[in-house]
Every structure is written in structure tokens, then in C-alpha cells.
Design a binder for this molecule. Sequence first.
Ligand SMILES: N[C@@H](CCC(=O)N[C@@H](CS)C(=O)NCC(=O)O)C(=O)O
Length: 355
Amino acid sequence: MISAISKTLVGFGLEKRSFCVKSYSQGTLQMARSALDEVSETGAFTRTPSTFRNFISKDPSSPFPAESGRYHLYISYACPWASRCLAYVHIKGLQKAISVSSVKPKWERTKETDDHMGWVFPSSSTEEPGAEPDLINGARNIRELYELASTNYSGKYTVPVLWDKKLKTIVSNESSEILRMLNTEFNVIAENASLDLYPPHLQSQIDEINEWVYVGINNGVYKCGFATKQGAYDEAAEKLYQALDKCEEILSKQRYLCGNTLTEADIRLFVTLIRFDEVYAVHFKCNKKLLREYPNLFNYTKDIFQIPGMSSSVNMEHIKKHYYGSHPTINLYGIIPAGPNVDYSTPHDRDRFST
Ligand SMILES: N[C@@H](CCC(=O)N[C@@H](CS)C(=O)NCC(=O)O)C(=O)O
């Protein structure tokens, strides 16, 4: 049995990652090639920062000026960080200005010569519904985009990737910063320019909420799922449920996290909540309480799902195929659980708060 498991992990290119101690320098991880590498000696998942941090600007003289048709957003529907960028493209009305395409949901080998597993494009538009071949660069996978943009890149090959078709490079691979660009810099082009998800009077409140929501919930579910020691898991699960309880309490009094106005903080929370019962509860062991057991959070998730444009940023088939199929160290046989198939388009009670 042990050798069968070991053989399967080698097939996934994961044996070394799962059983060897990684190299560290002053507590930070070096050369993480995938999220599965980012586990510290205490068994805690520790995310490494994104590398491409340029900003698109409304100033036409900037290196990356906001221009219709110039930028492409590479996403995976499975990824919460990429999905929040896609949600912004939809709700800001930027579909005509910024093209978008999704990779296939399940990680595959990205090179014949090493064992890296990552995001790949389908070879035809019919191979995997929702995913498209890379018509911009003809890349076979996301890794090749990073290699086009930088000859000495040594980090993870993550989505989202905001690509500049003119300079043929990556503008940004940091979703929190892509959200800020999409919110303000394209307003001359955006069909829904008046929607401001980061208005000046709420910025400090949004920043404060984002901080504990990221630590406890957005990243917290990954910390639960990728923990390799009980203590690391226990700590992450405790923080997760404290943060969820706090959200439930806030949302018992108001429609959204910052009051009765939808903000960036809500979109950032939503992408984790929509994956919660379908994936995180099982795959990441976040089962102390389900989203459906939190009346306010559950109805809030439906409310946001029903905002025009939001539901088309959610592809549950890709979400389930990815998580259950791409992390063999925590789901060796890649079995996708049958349920629970929650319908987020059913009526909710959030209209009880005035907007
Ligand atoms: N900081 C990044 C994180 C993005 C990220 O971690 N994306 C995951 C998918 S959910 C990824 O592409 N992982 C590839 C890998 O771990 O190799 C952001 O928010 O944009």
C-alpha cells in the first residue's frame, strides 16, 4: 500500500514535496514552485508574496495606461483570487475592454523535463467547457507565460495573470492590486463606472476588514487544508471560525460588511464563502460548521451571487474538479464528493436591510 501511494505521488510529481523538509531563510520559504511547497517546519501553510506588481493607470503617459483591448486577464474559474478579478470585470462592465480566458481546472505536468504540476490551457475550445486555448501567446500553460515575461523567474506560476498584449509581459499577478486597478483606472471605458467598491470614506474600514478576513478566512481555509501538523491545523481552524462568527454577527445587523453599501470587502469574502460547503468543508477539513448553518452568512452569499454579473464568475464544476483533483497529498485518489450542490440562486432575506 505504501509503495502504491508513493508511486501515485511520484506520478503527480509530489513525493519530494510531501516528505522532505524545505529550505528556509529567516523564516521565509525559498523557491516555492506551487502552493503545496509552502509548508513550514511547524506544519503551517505560509503563502509567499506575488512578484509582478505593476499598476495600470488612467494617466496615458504611464508605462501601463488603461486602454481598451490592450490587456488580457488569465484566470482559473477554480481560483478564488482569480475569480474576484473576474467578478470585477463583470460588475464594473469591463468585458469589452479586457479580454479574459480560463485555464483547465485540474493541474497537469507543465514540462516533460521536470515534475512541476500547474495550470494548463486546453488544446481546443471544446476539450474542457469554460476553458480556452491561449490565443494571445500560444502558450501551453501558465508557466510559459511567466517564462515569456521573465527569464529568471523562480516563483510559483499562479493565476490571475494580468497580461499586457502590447509589451508582451505580465503587469500584475497580485489579485488584491488588480481589483484596485479595475475599480478606478478604467472608468473612462467601464460600462458601470459609477460603481466604486473602494470609496474614499470607507477605505480605512475596508482595509481593516480585509486584513482579518484574509488572515482568518480567505487564507485561513488554505491554512486548515494544507496544514501537515495537528497544532497548525487547530490554530488555523480556531482563527477561521472566530472570523466567520464575527462576520455572522456583523451581517446580522447590516446587509454588507461595511454597512449597507457593497464594497471590495464583500467581493473578497464572497469568493471564499461560495467555495465553502462545496469544497473547503470536506477537502480542507473546515467542517466545524457549514456555511448553511450560518443564517446571515448563507443568505449574504446568495445575495452577492445574485448581483448581475456575479453568478457567471462562479463555475462550480471547475472549482470542484480543481481542488479535489489537484492536491493528491490531501485527496490521493482525486475523488470528487457528490454533494451538496447548494443552489445560491434561491430567494434570500437580505432585502430586510435598507440600501
Ligand atoms: N497572491 C496571489 C495568489 C494567487 C494564487 O495563489 N493562485 C493559486 C490558485 S488559487 C495558484 O495559481 N496556484 C498555483 C500554484 O500553487 O502552483 C493573488 O492573490 O493574486
